[in-house]
Design a protein around this ligand. Structure first.
Ligand SMILES: Nc1nc2c(c(=O)[nH]1)N[C@H]1C(S)=C(S)[C@@H](COP(=O)(O)O)O[C@H]1N2
Ligand SMILES: [Mo]
Length: 281
């Protein structure tokens, strides 16, 4: 992944960052001759302070009324936090459809990664799946093959766990030595969410695994049809069939409407947009 185009892409990234800050701060930023340091970018972002709003004065926002309830039906972070975003580097992969974005770890507080900032990894882009037309099929070496609708899955007892999900490529940006400026780029291929779903073992109970059933092929419904083989021990231990993250339905990026989640295992085994589990020997 190391690449000589790094300097160019860093310039492009900082130019993009300059575009995201308020225009007066941007003028400052550009005037200072842009030395391409992350520290300078940060100064530009926080640089604009209107002293009239500081004590002992009454700040402007205390002298007027703000927008009322439901002016934003689905809440978003303060506009002053607009640099807290997922990022990728253009030279990492040939195309954004099969690529990865990183979480801004340097800005995150506490344990939970907010849904909008969970790192993303796709092999064929994000499929748009209508949950009413999506099914999870469990077949192969089972007594009773079954096809579950999303409603079926949600009728089973649910379980929530707080756990990290990490791409095994995390850190790979520097496997050949230091080259990145921010934690986001060096280690941002990791997230921690509360995942809610049904235990895979519960569903396997329903279909009845035959004695020679030792492995499970999990297949996604994305254009890549990405699949991984999961040993039966993991499936019966703590694997979850997950439909919610941090209290709301999975984000499309994270596998809406349903994904496999293997706690503590390489992220790639947690197959998203899960459509099929085939039990094999
Ligand atoms: N169907 C499908 N599942 C997938 C992938 C994919 O491309 N397609 N990427 C995998 C990889 S390599 C990782 S690291 C995780 C990333 O999960 P996230 O995008 O929710 O962070 O999903 C895994 N599951
Ligand atoms: Mo991954």
């Amino acid at each position: 992944m190391a690449n000589s185009k790094k300097t160019n892409s860093t310039k492009a990234y900082l130019a993009e960052l300059a575009n995201q800050v308020p225009s007066s701060a941007r003028r400052d930023f550009l005037k200072k001759g842009v030395k391409f340091s992350a520290g300078l970018a940060a100064a530009a972002v926080t640089g604009e302070v209107i002293s009239d709003n500081l004590p002992p004065n009454v700040p402007n926002w205390s002298k007027s009324l703000g927008p009322g309830v439901v002016s934003i039906p689905y809440g978003v972070p303060s506009s002053f936090e607009k640099n807290v975003i997922r990022r990728t580097v253009p030279w990492l992969t040939a195309d954004k459809i099969s690529s990865i974005s990183m979480s801004p770890l340097q800005e995150l507080k506490g344990i939970i990664t907010p849904n909008g900032l969970v790192f993303e990894r796709y092999h064929a882009g994000i499929p748009t799946i209508n949950p009413a037309e999506h099914r999870l099929m469990i077949h192969g070496l089972v007594d009773n093959p079954l096809i579950f609708s999303m409603d079926d899955l949600m009728r089973f007892p649910s379980e929530s766990v707080i756990n990290f999900l990490e791409c095994p490529a995390n850190g790979g940006m520097e496997w050949r030595g230091p080259q990145m400026e921010a934690l986001q780029f060096t280690h941002g291929m990791i997230s921690c969410c509360e995942w809610t779903g049904v235990r895979l073992s519960t569903l396997l109970d329903e279909v009845g695994i035959q004695p020679d059933g030792k492995w499970i092929l999990a297949e996604g419904a994305d254009g890549a049809g990405m699949s991984r083989s999961i040993p039966m021990e993991k499936a019966l231990d703590d694997a979850l069939i997950v439909y919610a993250q941090n209290g709301e339905k999975l984000r499309p990026e994270q596998g809406y409407p349903v994904r496999l989640f293997n706690p503590g295992w390489e992220g790639n085994t947690s197959v998203k947009w899960l459509r099929r589990l085939e039990i094999g020997d």
